[in-house]
Structure formats: structure tokens, C-alpha cells
Design a protein around this ligand. Structure first.
Ligand code: AMP
Ligand code: GLY
Length: 426
């Protein structure tokens, strides 16, 4: 079967890498892809033009479409393809509201008694500010809709929260900010938990942790993610079971009961607090860069699981995961998450990929093998496995140091929490 993956990030390169190992797969096309995807498998489309995706499916004899990012899911690409008899992995637009509207998800949590921060929804500034003054700081102000990960303001003071209200309702994030969610500030350790869902059955995957802040010691502005690792020590088997029972299963049941069953991968962003796991947010796609470490630990064929998620029968699928630790270090262009330059040639990729246990997943790159250049903010995911966290980290940074890209940078402390725990245990 031929596959089409929609997207251009490290997540999509990692999915293409994992799926191309499937014995059921002939060609894995990626649209638009990046410099890590072979020229003849890279197609010029990005998922916003649904008719163009349909045309590619017909021309290339695609048997299954995998949608990587949230925007085409929220816009209804999977519904459009389903109406035309084309099978695709990912939720309908109605089910993608779990990521597309924070207010929708908070209301669902309230109805289903899912543990999450206390919240209120607002469309007007005056009552929002009155609520902020009544509650006090720290407090969290969120744009309701998709804002490319930038729509969340953790306000340390009441004044900061009031400014965030004005900025969001004033159009900083366009229509995504027509409504606000204001919620309680949660303290704890964050983790990302993933499960495949077929509308009814849930197959837990594994957990990971990412580093959202651009700077070492988790400082500076938020990014899409500067690195990730799996397993996440805070997510032991008991905690994963609790998340399944208290958060994931009630969500899947509520979506089905509402007539909008969720199919695809449910990514729960969690805060592990003193009171147990709390849901921060849902995403309706694989995390990026979390997907890269998940794919490194996956030992089974991913394709039957994705097809079962789309068509039903996940209760008959089992996936096996390696005990190894996987770490990914994001190399980004100097200036990211602000403005940055594009076009610089990146050398040393073959030498870096030669380090034992290392895979390099491309994100914002363009060009072809031998002449790769930077073409985005997050550019490379240098990913490694090892028997221990420290071995995986050592291999990943050894590979990073072989990459010749003066305009790139990375955090040097990826997986610091897991390393600290490993040292205490050892
Ligand atoms: P989100 O886009 O909702 O994942 O939020 C981005 C980041 O903001 C999360 O990864 C958390 O680090 C932080 N965050 C969001 N909501 C809260 C909250 N209620 N309490 C503390 N931190 C939060
Ligand atoms: N790494 C977090 C995300 O994909 O949203």
C-alpha cells in the first residue's frame, strides 16, 4: 500500500521513517515534507487545499492518509476524505475540537468529572478582569482557539493577566482569541501521554516529557518543544493507569455519547500535581518532538494500529515498546522562537547519523541529500536511544557536535530531570 503523510515537521519525518518499515507499505509520500524525505516522495501540497489532497490520493494510488498537524484536522480534512471514500488517520473536525477549542474541552471535563484546573470562559474584558481581580495571581489566561502554541499566558501578577485579556480579545491571535479561558495555575511536573482511539476502544501508547522553554534550566519563552525523552520517569505504570481511568477513558466515552466519537491519537498534556494527574490540555495529533522518541522505542508495525484507529478494531491490536531510553535534541535557528535567518547550508549530517543509536529527523530543512539547508525555526531533531538516559543523551550530543551549522543552537540540558533521577537511583 502507498501512504500519504500530511505535514512538514520532525514528527512527520519520524512517522515516515517508522511506517516505511511496515511490510505492508510500498511508498510513503509526504506533503509537503522536508529535506529529510527523498525527492521523489515529497509532494507539493500542505493539507489546506482538500481537493488537492484528494487529487494526490487518486494519482499516486494512496491507500491511507495520515494527517500530522492539528490545523487540517480542525479544518475537517479527515471528514472531507471520508465523504469521498478515502481512509485517513485522525479525528473529524467535531472531535478535533478537543484541541481546537480550550473552552469545549474544559466544559467536557466539567461534565465528565475529569481532573483539570478550575476555569471560567469569557468573551468580554470587563467580567474577565473582575474574575482575575477576585481570584488573584498567579493565574493563566488562554485564547480559546489554535494559536500555534502561543495563546497561553502564565500571569505572575493581576496586571499581567489583565493585559493578556486586552491583547487576546484585542486580536493578538485573530479569531482564535474571540473567546478566553481563564484558569487556576497548577503546580507540578508536566508529562505528555498518548493513546490511540478508534471511537470506542483505547490503546495506551507510552509517555514522554518535552522541554517547552527555549533556554537551559527551562527558562525563556515557550517554543513548540526543544527536546523530549521517553520513558518519562514521573509516568510509572500506576500513574499511566490512573491517567487512563480518570482522564482518557471518560473523555472517549463522553465524545462517543455526544455523537462525535474521537478517532486518532489523543495527546494529553498533563500536570502531575500533589493531588494527582490533572489535564492541562488535549492535542489531537502526535506531539512534536515527542513523536520522535515514541517512534524510536516502537518495535511493532505502526500501520495496522493507525488503520484500526481509523476503521475500528483497536481492541485486537497490541504494540510492543523497547525498554531503551530515547532522547531527542532539537537544533533550532538562532533567534527562534523569534525571527531567524533561513538558507544556511548544514554539513556533517552523515557523520552525525553514523553515531551508534542515532537517527536524525529533519524538521525545517529544505534541499536534498548532500545539500541540506535551514528553512525554519526548529530545524533538526537529533535523536538517540541508549540502555540508560545518560547513554542516550551522550550519543545525541555526540551527534549534535558533528553537525556543522554555525547558525544553529540547541539546549544542552535535555532530559535533565530523568538524568537526575537516574543518578540518584544509581
Ligand atoms: P498549553 O498550550 O495549554 O499546553 O499551555 C502551554 C504551557 O503552559 C503548558 O505546557 C504549561 O507549561 C503551561 N500551562 C498551561 N496551563 C497551565 C495551568 N493551568 N497551570 C500551570 N501551567 C499551565
Ligand atoms: N511538543 C508539544 C506539542 O507538540 O504540542
Amino acid at each position: 500500500m502507498n501512504l500519504l503523510i500530511i505535514g512538514s515537521g520532525g514528527r512527520e519525518h519520524a512517522l515516515a521513517w517508522a511506517l516505511s518499515r511496515s511490510p505492508h507499505v510500498s511508498r510513503v509520500y509526504c506533503a509537503p515534507g522536508n529535506g529529510g524525505i527523498a525527492d521523489d516522495l515529497r509532494l507539493d501540497a500542505d493539507g489546506t487545499d482538500f481537493a488537492q489532497v484528494e487529487a494526490i490520493v487518486r494519482e499516486r494510488d494512496i491507500g491511507f492518509v495520515i494527517v500530522g498537524p492539528e490545523a487540517p484536522l480542525v479544518a475537517g480534512l479527515v471528514d472531507y476524505l471520508a465523504e469521498r471514500g478515502i481512509a485517513a488517520f485522525g479525528p473529524s473536525a467535531a472531535a478535533a475540537r478537543l484541541e481546537g477549542s480550550k473552552g469545549f474541552t474544559k466544559d467536557l471535563c466539567a461534565r465528565a468529572s475529569i481532573p483539570t484546573a478550575a476555569y471560567r470562559r469569557f468573551t468580554d474584558a470587563a467580567p474577565a478582569k473582575a474574575f482575575i481581580r477576585e481570584t488573584g495571581a498567579p493565574i493563566v489566561v488562554k485564547a480559546d482557539g489554535l494559536a500555534a502554541g502561543k495563546g497561553v499566558i502564565i500571569a505572575a501578577t493581576v496586571a499581567e493577566a489583565e493585559t493578556a485579556v486586552d491583547n487576546i480579545l484585542g486580536g493578538q491571535f485573530g479569531s482564535a482569541g474571540a473567546e478566553l479561558v481563564i484558569e487556576e495555575f497548577l503546580e507540578g511536573e508536566e508529562a505528555s501521554f498518548f493513546a490511540l482511539v478508534d471511537g470506542e476502544n483505547v490503546l495506551p501508547l507510552i509517555a514522554a516529557q518535552d522541554h517547552k522553554r527555549v533556554g537551559e534550566g527551562d527558562s525563556g519563552p515557550n517554543t513548540g518543544g526543544m527536546g523530549a525523552y521517553s520513558p518519562a520517569p514521573v509516568m510509572d505504570a500506576a500513574m499511566c493507569d490512573r491517567v487512563m481511568e480518570d482522564i482518557i477513558k471518560p473523555t472517549v466515552a463522553a465524545m462517543a455519547a455526544d455523537g462525535t466519537p474521537f478517532r486518532g491519537v489523543l495527546f494529553a498534556g498533563l500536570m502531575i500535581t500533589g493531588k494527582g494527574p490533572q489535564l492541562i490540555e488535549y492535542n489531537v495529533r502526535f506531539g512534536d518532538p515527542e513523536c520522535q522518541v515514541l517512534m524510536m522505542r516502537l518495535q511493532s508495525d505502526l500501520l495496522p494500529a493507525l488503520i484500526a484507529s481509523a476503521k475500528g478494531g483497536l481492541d485486537r491490536v497490541a504494540l510492543h515498546w523497547s525498554e531503551a531510553c530515547a532522547v531527542t535534541v532539537v537544533m533550532a535557528a538562532e533567534g527562534y522562537p523569534g525571527s531567524y535567518a533561513k538558507g544556511e547550508v548544514i554539513g556533517g549530517l552523515d557523520a552525525a547519523a553514523g553515531v551508534e543509536g542515532v537517527q536524525i529527523f529533519h524538521a525545517g530543512t529544505a534541499g536534498s541529500h548532500g545539500e541540506i539547508h535551514a528553512n525554519g525555526g526548529r530545524v533538526l531533531n537529533v535523536t538517540a536511544t541508549g540502555a540508560t538516559v545518560s547513554q542516550a543523551v551522550e550519543r545525541a550530543y555526540r551527534a549534535v557536535d558533528l553537525i556543522d551549522w554555525p547558525g544553529g543552537f540547541c539546549r544542552r540540558d535535555i532530559a535533565w530531570r530523568a538524568l537526575a533521577r537516574e543518578r540518584t537511583k544509581g
